[in-house]
Design a protein around this ligand. Structure first.
Ligand SMILES: C[S@@+](CC[C@H](N)C(=O)[O-])C[C@H]1O[C@@H](n2cnc3c(N)ncnc32)[C@H](O)[C@@H]1O
Length: 276
């Protein structure tokens, strides 16, 4: 499908880093060292929509489409299996710990005005918030959002970020990153920003299957994916991945190949970064 195909076509990775694996003296565990050759890390940038039109008719039409999409997801077999799966996964209470709320950061939702997949994905996030009292504030960012889309997102209870974080939000508290069909680079940036065990323990990630990336890297070694998935590969050993159930009845391409990812870094595991 189009979004997945896009995921496999990153041409310009921003990081050119190299992982080496070494065994610490006197320890059973392997430790992962990241060598950075050219630290070209993007900084957060203020952002405003390119399309700034404010048009009440356009907003109303989009709101109606969102309401239809929410109804469609809510009445699907897929959604009910999705809720059952969340209730069965012990990763959610583990990440929450003693906290009452898990904030949500939605990156890469796409154009909700122009894409049915984006509307369905956003509907799923909104329904999760309505269903679970422990789901907190939902922040949304995608550089392609228009002013109309931002207004509708706010009306639906989301907060639109006015800064491009390049996916580098640090999870200082329990955070669900909802990132359906994003580019490998965005997951990679997120993992790089959270490569400390304390931060990684606060992360729940919904998005493209990391196992699938690993398979692609091992089997085909496409340079664009290899270069933009080093952190994805490095965290594989502490990642618990659960594919979401797909119902044969509902043909939601919007949720193809999506998984829940939880991370269990061992207490003494540190991902070292060696800058040249
Ligand atoms: C492959 S598309 C997926 C869109 C949608 N989720 C879907 O499945 O159709 C990836 C999205 O990531 C967005 N994106 C790119 N850089 C981003 C960033 N720094 N922060 C958030 N989103 C970003 C792109 O604009 C694009 O909409």
């Amino acid at each position: 499908m189009a979004a997945c195909a896009k995921t496999l076509s990153i041409e310009e990775p921003t990081l050119t880093e190299e992982w080496t694996v070494v065994l610490s003296r006197g320890r059973k565990h392997r430790r992962y060292f990241l060598k950075t050759e050219t630290p070209k890390q993007q900084q957060p940038q203020p952002w405003v929509p390119v399309d700034v039109e404010i048009n009440p008719k356009r907003e109303l039409k989009l709101m109606q489409r969102m309401q239809n999409s929410i109804k469609r997801v809510e009445s699907s077999q897929f959604y009910h299996s999705f809720l059952d799966q969340i209730q069965m996964l012990d990763g959610f209470p583990r990440v929450l710990g003693s906290e009452l709320m898990m904030q949500v950061v939605i990156y890469g939702i796409g154009n909700i005005e122009g894409s049915e997949s984006s509307r369905l994905q956003l509907s799923l996030a909104i329904l999760m918030k309505r269903r679970f009292s422990w789901i907190g504030n939902m922040e949304v960012f995608d550089p392609v959002l228009s002013a109309t889309e931002c207004r509708v997102l706010e009306a639906l209870g989301c907060t639109v970020l006015m800064v491009n974080e390049h996916g580098r939000r640090q999870a200082l508290k329990p955070t669900l990153f909802f990132m359906p069909h994003c580019e490998a680079e965005l997951y990679n940036n997120l993992l790089q920003a959270n490569r400390d065990a304390k931060l990684l323990n606060n992360v729940v990630l919904f998005g493209n299957s990391f196992r699938a990336y690993e398979q692609i890297v091992v089997d085909f070694k496409p340079p664009n994916i290899v270069n933009s998935s080093q952190h994805i590969m490095a965290v594989q050993r502490f990642t618990n991945e659960f594919k979401i159930y797909k119902s044969l009845k509902d043909n939601f391409e919007a949720f193809n190949e999506q998984s829940w990812h939880f991370f269990n870094p061992e207490d003494d595991t540190v991902l070292y970064r060696i800058d040249k």
